[in-house]
Design a protein around this ligand. Structure first.
Ligand code: SAM
Length: 216
């Protein structure tokens, strides 16, 4: 039977945010996604030592990255107060290097709130929640505008795998379309670094995610 792959979240409610954070304590596969991003950041000569994370959630990626890459500052964006509170608690040891920015990636000019200059913009499991290819395209466009030449975008997000017979929510679309959108808004060298937990036949909403990279 055909399935619909997607998820409804209530990130603005304390208990729901906490439940999400407890349910998605990073697995080995997700740590592989984080480390793919961290390795790319580590080996890139960034135009500025400031990294912005879109949809920081409970701060799992930030915690790992801040431990491994010492000489950068970090800015976590999220629209959810409960998620920002969870991240602030998790990242208490790194407070001198972190700024939290509350902003809605769809309904406001979030780029205007971001500290400049920005060397890299990263994200995991967040942009599919924006609900459409058009909203993702607009976020990619703002990312391109925020970074100088050499800036890097790394988006590790849920996608629709090529060849599946199932329906996916609109925010989950094929890697090939992500790469087209990145190119359309001006990024160069857009490509997929890794595809994790690929499952075509019987997917869950926590499988099929890829890390896409592009350079300004
Ligand atoms: C599925 S969670 C992922 C959290 C984290 N990136 C991770 O991988 O553990 C998605 C996060 O994106 C945030 N988010 C979703 N839609 C957003 C929007 N329109 N603007 C800002 N943040 C948003 C949510 O509040 C939540 O913290």
């Amino acid at each position: 039977m055909k399935k619909f792959i997607g998820a409804q979240h209530h990130f603005h409610e304390n208990q729901n945010a906490l439940d999400w954070a407890n349910r998605f304590v990073p697995t080995p596969e997700r740590l592989q996604l984080f480390d793919t991003i961290i390795q790319q950041i580590g080996k890139t000569s960034l135009p500025a030592p400031h990294i912005v994370e879109l949809g920081i959630g409970p701060g799992y990626l930030a915690e790992r990255l801040l431990k491994k890459i010492p000489n950068i500052t970090y800015e976590g964006i999220d629209f959810s107060t409960p998620m920002l509170n969870l991240a602030a608690t998790r990242l208490a040891a790194h407070m001198s290097r972190i700024k939290f920015t509350q902003a809605d990636l769809v309904n406001e000019d979030w780029g205007a709130k971001v500290s400049r200059p920005v060397g890299a913009i990263i994200s995991t499991w967040a942009l599919h929640d924006l609900g459409s290819q058009e909203n993702t395209r607009k976020v990619y466009q703002t990312c391109h505008r925020l970074m100088a030449s050499g800036g890097i975008l790394l988006n590790g997000d849920f996608v629709k795998p090529e060849g599946t017979r199932h329906d996916f929510e609109a925010g989950r679309f094929p890697v090939s379309r992500h790469l087209e959108l990145l190119q359309e808004v001006g990024f160069r060298g857009a490509h997929c670094l890794i595809f994790l937990e690929q499952e075509l036949e019987n997917p869950t909403s926590a499988q099929n995610y890829a890390c896409m990279q592009a350079i300004v």
